[in-house]
Ligand binder design. Structure first.
Ligand code: SAH
Length: 396
């Protein structure tokens, strides 16, 4: 154990979550800070009786006052973080091949790297540093991605709102290598250009990879509606799966422009693509009034409820879109409906969709329960990582 690290001493009884290997120490659990740690510094986490529980990154401004690097008494240094990156990358090797060269390489807490996200698009890796601890080890993590992930270019996209909670300013730009233009990636044999500097999140919603395949396999000959389409992930998966037509809706003009450009890159696709810029809530009502009906509907809205506090309002929004989607669905049709809200768990989401079906007068069954793709693992000790849930619902 390195000598004289600063230490957080917990209030009596507050060590329990650390015994359960949960990696967060909340501010209310800290009784005393020994020494003068700065943001991102490694600190010891000690129980009220002084027992060493973990080594963690200190974040003085955040409610999550420290995030655990290790529950074992090891030295927290660049070599430790590089080994975590190496292990995370190696574990995903089998998920990449000529048809799929994009995946999440590092998934924060679930990969032992709290606050660090790395997404791979071809040979470009996009890094998001969302906590004071991850921020402090920027260079070590970027170097490890070059060494272990074969990244020709590492780009930083640390501009998510959650950084403000850690007292961190937004930051983005190229960290290593040169950025190709365009950045191209392949998923399911489709090619996409990804705007890694200005696109949403790190540029693409990799968490829906398996679900795009699942939907693509079920829509041959179908008329499909893809609501909240972003750059057209589900649209292209559906067209590749033989859909007759896809109507895609998003409020972002930039996302739709990128989607149209992606269609041109996959010129072999048959089927008709129609793009609609606008608000999904209003658009679904208008489609219904216009008498449109679909054989399949995909609903992949943004995070309406980041935390449980937002759940009641978010629940109404989820119910509304699901209700109108079900009204637009022909009997026998398929609804693929998602929530990426941490504040709404799978059981509540199912209740909301059930309520929507009831109000829509739709008799429906759950064909499958969907989650984030396998490259977004959920550590058993960190259930907060289980944010994406989906239902494949068949209208009878
Ligand atoms: N399914 C997509 C990801 C969707 S992300 C994929 O596989 O890539 C959610 C999208 O919803 C974003 O593109 C955002 O621009 C869009 N959005 C958010 N609110 C909206 C609204 N009220 N109406 C239409 N689109 C909206």
């Amino acid at each position: 154990m390195p000598a004289r690290l600063p230490a957080l001493r917990l209030a009596a009884g507050r060590e329990r979550s650390l015994h359960l290997r949960h990696p967060w120490v909340f501010s209310g659990a800290v009784a005393h800070v020994d020494g003068q740690p700065q943001a991102g510094d490694t600190v010891e986490v000690r129980a009220h009786d002084g027992a060493l529980l973990a080594l963690a990154a200190y974040s003085p401004q955040s409610q999550i006052r420290a995030r655990v690097w290790s529950f074992a008494p090891v030295r927290v240094d660049a070599a430790l973080l590089a080994e975590r990156v190496r292990r995370a990358v190696a574990w995903r090797a089998a998920m990449l091949d000529a048809r799929h060269d994009a995946c999440r390489l590092v998934h924060g807490e679930s990969d032992g790297l709290p606050g660090a996200i790395a997404d791979r698009y071809g040979r470009v890796v996009v890094l998001q540093l969302l906590s004071a601890g991850a921020e402090a080890w920027r260079d070590a993590i970027a170097d490890a991605l070059v060494a272990h992930a074969g990244a020709a270019c590492v780009v930083e996209r640390s501009d998510a709102d959650v950084r403000a909670l850690e007292g961190l300013a937004p930051r983005s730009g190229v960290l290593r290598g040169e950025l190709p233009d365009p950045v191209l990636m392949h998923e399911g044999g489709l090619v996409y250009a990804v705007d890694v500097l200005r696109g949403q999140k790190t540029g693409f919603y990799l968490d829906q990879r398996d679900n795009r395949r699942i939907v693509g396999e079920r829509v041959r000959g179908a008329e499909v509606l893809n609501a909240f389409c972003y750059t057209g992930g589900f649209t292209f998966a559906a067209l590749a799966g033989g859909a007759k037509s896809v109507l895609s809706i998003d409020s972002s003009a930039e996302a739709l422009a990128a989607a149209r450009a992606n269609l041109a890159r996959n010129a072999w696709l048959h089927g008709t693509a129609e793009w609609l810029e606008g608000d999904v809530f209003a658009a679904l009502r208008r489609l219904r009034e216009a008498g449109r009906r679909f054989d399949a509907v995909v609903l992949d809205p943004p995070k309406f409820a980041p935390t449980a506090k937002h759940a009641p309002k978010a629940a109404r929004a989820y119910k509304d879109v699901n209700l109108w989607a079900l009204k637009l669905l022909r009997p026998g049709g398929l609804l693929a409906t998602f929530s990426c809200s941490g504040g709404i768990d799978a059981a509540l989401f199912q209740k909301i969709v059930a309520g929507a079906a009831l109000d829509a007068g739709a008799d429906a069954v759950i064909e499958a329960r969907l989650t984030a793709s396998a490259d977004h693992p959920v550590a058993l000790a960190f259930p907060e990582g289980d944010y994406l849930k989906g239902l494949l619902v068949r209208r009878r």
